[in-house]
Design a protein around this ligand. Structure first.
Ligand code: 26Q
Length: 791
């Protein structure tokens, strides 16, 4: 399939041409680039051919401000089915493929779940031969790099392109211009191939970089106005300079709006150009050939922008443009957190994008008319208006301007339909649907857990489960087979040893591979309740101190999380956990019974090491707050039971694998809704044994926050209500006792090795639903109405 000798020669040629070195002295990053290019050169023809085939039929375009792709090399080799061949070829050249894989920077241009969902969706679309193109921004800097200094988070720039990017191709011939009220910029597309697994098809991720129309003002420079001479360049560069490291609150408003409009406008121009090229200029046919998916509200300006182009530039009347728009667009909602629902200040919007704003006004008027004719009252109309009280409600614009709105897990969709977007659901009940998230099995088991994957293939006597994950159900018949379970436990141990070695290198901490690996890895947010985990650990520590004979299996608590740089409380929680870690890890009197590790710079690649090694998956958000979660799925697929609340996709995980094989605890959403007005966190603080002791460590000097006051603020947030927030908004104190009891159940259950392995095994066998192959097919069938195309 691949001519290994030619491949080797190509690697050496690229080393020469790009770096003027021979293999024997080449640096690892140089080898990585040369190898990647030698792969690229082999896929170009198939890539072009795929584009050509797709362009004749209906296609979908996935608009997302984030694509959290992670590393490409290993995944691409695997998807092409040449991993082993290339590994061998590199061996011959004295190159260790692992070293080369590890040198690659993560393409970390996303914050968390939403960005990674976009990446998994891309993988699945390509694998399923679906004509889907991703559109986004080629940020020069991804999400910040995180390190800890004295336990505090320190951020630094993520210069992921410092050695170049062998996986993207700049397409100058497709440059378009994007106009703002004050200046215009060029949007330069960079295309990255999305290589499907087991198919010749290669899809595309098109990311735009902003560049100035004029690189440099010669006259200004000549007149010694040096700053001015590069002003235009700086303005343009700023647009695609950096991903906002913020998934909770809104900052840097104008620049963020520029980013959003920049890529959606460029993408629309690109799509329209191709539509005209292949299908003529009858825009009534547009939605017959194009679907556009809006990944959350970040790209929603595309709706008015599309209407603007159709009405102002293509001479189509507003109503016709409106109908085409609704038939083309659809919108995925990823949150019910109020503060994350995007609103734009009308003044700001109008100043930057006057024409687009006037289209939004027209849309708002159209909505008012519609609601009036449906006999809606004044107040209700106001509550649903797109422009109201000086704000533009992007979620409402998205729902009104598209034919489908989907939530990302059953419980999330039902909360949207019955509460947050109730009025909209009443108006457009047929538009709402659920598509439970999924993850790409290629990256999240085949690539990151080769040992377990081979074992599964051996048992199922076929590897077709890799593209048909529900086939894992056939593993269930081994659930009582001790030999199989023992092999599973051996593999888990191998992955735990590997992680221990990695953690030793990267964090300089020794951990015991025979302890329970208890893992919570996700963005840091109060609603995700890392603090609940922390309190339970500290409580356990105090109980061990009181009773050194306590019968517990040694446990290593592993955290991975980045906090938004401006999110003071999230950063306080990181510092607090690091303080707890310091206390516990330095106390030799507990004989290594427990250990706490907060790994630095959690991201896709770290996740690939963590998930296969986990014994227990922490998914402990306040019920109703986590839209879905996808880390929960990655852990399930790698055989860890969930300790979790009845929230997001946990609900479906428990449904699929059985409550008895997971550890579900805590208040349900309905209960919290009922009690939230009268909830008194102090009652729990005062009465739950041991709770006061741990909460008080925030203020009694047990831990040092360097006199910043951040621990006291955390303490107050749990016990004192303010004008805006109720005390213990996220019910940490309420769920503490049940969580602690459930952790005791985990401890007990783990001791019976076979029954524990059985739980893990049943989780694996029932994880088939959570493949993004399934979710992308649902988008294709139910929203986009596109079909697979092979050649
Ligand atoms: C908003 C305004 C200003 C700056 C940034 C933002 C912003 C950025 C990112 C708001 C939200 C996000 C990301 C949200 C996110 O990742 N949500 C997660 O989406 C996953 C995929 O559907 C779900 O599984 C998670 O439950 C959800 O939290």
């Amino acid at each position: 399939m691949i001519d290994v000798n030619e491949f080797k020669q190509d690697v050496q040629r690229f080393l020469k041409i790009d770096y003027a070195v021979n293999l024997d002295i080449a640096k690892t990053y140089q080898k990585y680039n040369a190898i990647s290019k030698a792969v690229m050169i082999r896929i170009i023809d198939n890539w072009n051919k795929t584009c050509e085939v797709y362009s004749k039929n209906k296609q979908s375009h996935y608009f997302s401000a984030e694509f959290l792709m992670g590393r490409a090399l290993g995944n691409n080799l695997m998807n092409l089915g040449i991993y082993e061949d290339i590994k061998k070829a590199l061996d011959d050249m004295n190159i260790d493929i692992n070293d080369v894989e590890e040198i690659e920077e993560d393409a970390g241009i996303g914050n968390g779940g939403l960005g990674r969902l976009a990446a998994c969706s891309m993988d699945s679309a390509a694998t399923k031969n679906l004509p889907v193109t991703g559109y986004g921004i080629r940020y020069s800097y991804g999400l910040f790099k995180q390190s800890f200094k004295d336990g505090f988070q320190v951020e630094s720039a993520d210069n992921w392109l410092k050695y170049g990017d062998p996986w993207s191709i700049r397409c100058d011939e497709d440059i378009v211009t994007v106009d703002f009220s004050d200046y215009s910029v060029k949007a330069v597309p960079y295309d990255t191939p999305i290589i499907g697994y087991g198919t010749k098809n290669i899809n595309k991720l098109r990311l735009f970089k902003a560049e100035p129309i004029n690189e440099f003002d010669f006259n200004a420079f000549n007149n010694q106005k040096y700053k001015k001479s590069v002003e235009e360049k700086n303005n343009a560069d700023n647009i695609s300079r950096v991903l906002y490291p913020n998934d909770s609150t809104d900052t840097g408003k104008i620049l963020r709006l520029r980013q959003q409009y920049f890529f959606t406008c460029a993408a629309l121009k690109d799509i329209i150009k191709k539509f005209k090229k292949y299908h003529g200029s009858d825009f009534k046919l547009f939605s017959k050939y194009n679907a556009i998916q809006l990944n959350d509200t970040h790209p929603v300006s595309a709706i008015p922008e599309f209407i603007r182009i159709l009405t102002n530039e293509e001479g189509i009347d507003f109503e016709d443009a409106w109908n085409v728009t609704v038939n083309t667009f659809s919108y995925t909602n990823h949150t019910i957190m109020r503060e994350a629902l995007e609103e734009w200040d009308t003044k700001l919007y109008k100043n930057l994008l006057p024409e687009v704003y006037s289209i939004i006004k027209k849309i708002d008027s159209r909505l008012i008319k519609k609601l009036q004719s449906a006999q809606y009252g004044y107040d209700k109309i106001n509550s649903m208006r797109i422009i109201y009280n000086g704000k533009i409600k992007m979620a409402y614009l998205a729902i009104y301007g598209s034919h489908n709105t989907n939530g990302v897990a059953e419980i999330h969709t039902s909360i949207l339909k019955n509460r947050e977007l109730k009025d909209w659901n009443e108006l457009y009940s047929k538009r709402f649907l659920n598509i439970t998230n999924g993850i790409a099995p290629r990256r999240w088991i085949v690539l990151c857990n080769r040992e377990l994957s081979s074992f599964i293939t051996e048992l199922l006597k076929s590897d077709s489960w890799i593209t048909n994950l529900p086939l894992l159900k056939n593993l269930e018949k081994y659930a009582d087979d001790e030999q199989v379970l023992n092999r599973f436990l051996n593999i888990k141990r191998i992955k735990k040893v590997q992680l221990s070695q990695y953690i030793k290198i990267h964090e300089n901490i020794d951990i015991n591979p025979d302890s329970i690996f208890d893992i919570q890895a996700k963005r840091l947010h109060e609603y995700k309740r890392q603090l609940l985990n922390a309190f339970a650990i500290l409580d356990l520590y105090y109980r061990i101190k009181e009773n050194p004979e306590i019968n517990i299996v040694p446990r290593t608590f592993i955290f991975g999380a980045k906090a938004a740089p401006g999110y003071v409380r999230a950063k306080a929680i990181i510092k607090y956990i690091n303080e707890i870690a310091k206390l516990i890890n330095n106390d030799s009197s507990i004989n290594g019974k427990i250990k706490v590790v907060f790994i630095q710079n959690y991201g896709v690649s770290y996740g690939e090491k963590l998930f296969p090694a986990a014994d227990i998956s922490e998914q402990i958000s306040t019920a109703g707050k986590e839209a879905s979660g996808t880390g929960n799925m990655k852990l399930m697929l790698n055989g860890s039971p969930t300790i979790g609340t009845y929230d997001g996709a946990n609900v479906e995980i428990a449904q699929e694998a059985g409550m008895e094989n997971n550890f579900i605890f805590g208040a349900r959403f309905e209960e919290l809704e009922k009690i939230k007005k009268s909830y008194d966190s102090k009652e729990y603080y005062n009465t739950v044994p041991g709770l006061k002791r741990v909460v008080n460590t925030l203020i009694d000097g047990t831990f040092d926050d360097d006199d910043t006051g951040i621990f006291e603020d955390l303490y107050n947030s749990l016990l004192e209500s303010t004008k805006t927030d109720k005390a213990d908004n996220y019910f940490v104190l309420k769920d503490f006792e049940d969580y602690r009891n459930t952790q005791c159940r985990v401890n007990k259950a783990y001791k019976d090795r076979m029954s524990w392995a059985r739980k893990c095994w049943i989780n694996i066998a029932n994880s088939g639903k959570f493949s993004s192959d399934r979710s992308i097919k649902e988008y294709a069938d139910e929203i986009w109405h596109i079909h697979p195309h092979k050649w």
